[in-house]
Design a protein around this ligand. Structure first.
Ligand SMILES: C[S@@+](CC[C@H](N)C(=O)[O-])C[C@H]1O[C@@H](n2cnc3c(N)ncnc32)[C@H](O)[C@@H]1O
Length: 411
């Protein structure tokens, strides 16, 4: 049935409708899940089946008749997939499909088929289906590559297709990861690409902001004037105001919004104002920055726990909620965020409560960015090391034996 005309693309609504699959091999295994997802009433006719196809029959997702194709099998079908290993049976089934006017896909002869299966993918409620125009030019790898490019682009936001009827309403609190723009989540990147307004912190993947289309208003959270409000209240108000104007607002935060990120304060303020809020987790610097510097926060036989602590206030500050004496007794890894200024007092407190002076310490400044650097010390020397090497925030401090591990395993 060679023809110069292109195939006509259409979406079949198969719910409850009989679809017959002939042959239970690899082709059926690949195609059946989508047919099941489409709600088709599936009949498989095949003497054998792969274990995965058999499992689909066992769970009742398909009906399996263990026999060869027989004339009449397609009489009640709306659609057929012909994929047996017997070309004569395939040709006979194809002729029957033609007689009954059942659209049929043939795995062995695209030219003889009356339908082709497109390369499909899904992203946020949209199905992307890619078909080659004619049988002779069919290049399944090329169509799959186009499908992948489109789906990936939609998922990560590099392909921007703004929603006109439905888009995420309200505010998305998006964790931007530690700094490297590749370390934001796929969802975060997509929401960023769909935003009208982005309110960003100083920390986080600033490079992503350069990629935003020109109409997107980017607001530096540090520069929101706060007059009679606290800075955080002013940020909350800015989020609420923009969302009330019907804009898609992204609050882009460094790392994860709920790790020392005040994400919950913003979520509460939005809830009080009746604004829908979506939280998109991010890769926290507490794990990823040590990792980027070659330090695992846990390691078999070395550290079976890690504790993430804020070093924002000194151990003797009455506002501190951290039990440093208890932390000094733990064998695991201590990861301290916002601790550069207070590390001298922290090290003294830990050693005063029994942590050995020679406990390894690593400070990683601006982790995952081009400016990343690492300074190594011990609890006894860390205060001096910070001064000598001029370590500046943002830095993650790792205290524990994991900081002394080297990438090469011990000989
Ligand atoms: C206010 S906390 C926010 C933490 C963030 N929500 C997270 O999950 O990573 C800021 C602190 O995170 C750490 N930090 C964040 N990004 C960093 C990076 N790229 N390199 C080193 N430290 C970083 C520093 O300790 C910094 O002072």
């Amino acid at each position: 049935m060679a023809t110069a005309h292109p195939a006509y693309p259409v979406g079949l609504r198969l719910t409850g409708r009989r679809v017959v699959v002939l042959g239970g091999g690899q082709v059926a295994q690949r195609r059946l899940p989508a047919l099941i997802a489409a709600g088709a009433d599936l009949l498989l006719v095949s003497p054998e089946a792969t274990p995965s196809v058999e499992a689909m029959a066992d769970t009742g997702e398909i009906t399996w008749e263990r026999r060869a194709y027989a004339d009449g099998d397609l009489a009640d079908a709306w659609y057929a997939l012909i994929a047996t290993s017997d070309p004569t049976a395939n040709a006979a089934a194809s002729a029957e499909a033609e007689r009954h006017r059942v659209w049929c896909v043939r795995s062995d002869d695209a030219d003889a088929a009356t339908a082709w299966t497109p390369a499909t993918g899904h992203s946020e409620g949209v199905t992307v289906a890619v078909l080659t125009t004619e049988a002779k030019g069919r290049d399944p790898r090329h169509t799959a590559a186009i499908r992948d490019a489109v789906v990936e682009g939609l998922r990560d936001g590099t392909l921007v297709a703004p929603h006109h009827r439905t888009r995420t309403p309200g505010v998305a609190l998006v964790g931007g990861g530690p700094g490297d723009p590749d370390l934001i989540t796929v969802r975060g990147r997509r929401l960023l690409a769909e935003a009208d307004v982005v309110i960003a912190d100083r920390l986080g993947p600033r490079d992503l902001l350069d990629e935003l289309p020109p109409h997107v208003e980017v607001i530096d959270a540090a520069k929101i004037p706060y007059g009679r409000f606290m800075a955080q209240e002013a940020i909350n108000n800015a989020l609420i105001e923009h969302a009330r104007q019907g804009k898609a607002v992204v609050r882009l935060k460094g790392g994860d919004p709920f790790v020392f990120g005040r994400g919950m304060e913003e979520a509460h303020a939005l809830a009080e104002a009746g604004i829908p809020c979506t939280v998109v987790p991010g890769i926290s610097s507490s794990i990823s920055v040590p990792g980027a510097a070659g330090i695992p926060v846990t390691h078999r036989g070395v550290a079976h726990e890690f504790t993430v602590v804020s070093g924002h206030v000194a151990p003797d500050d009455e506002r501190s909620l951290v039990d440093w004496a208890a932390l000094a007794k733990l064998r695991g890894t201590l990861v301290i965020l916002m601790g550069v200024d207070k590390i001298g007092r922290i090290a003294e407190t830990l050693t005063a409560h029994g942590k050995p002076q020679d406990t390894p310490v690593a400070l990683i400044q601006e982790g995952t960015t081009a400016a990343q650097r690492r300074v190594d010390a011990t609890l006894a020397t860390v205060a001096d090391a910070v001064r000598t090497h001029e370590v500046r925030p943002p830095a993650v401090i790792v205290i524990g034996e994991v900081a002394a591990l080297t990438p090469a395993p011990p000989a």
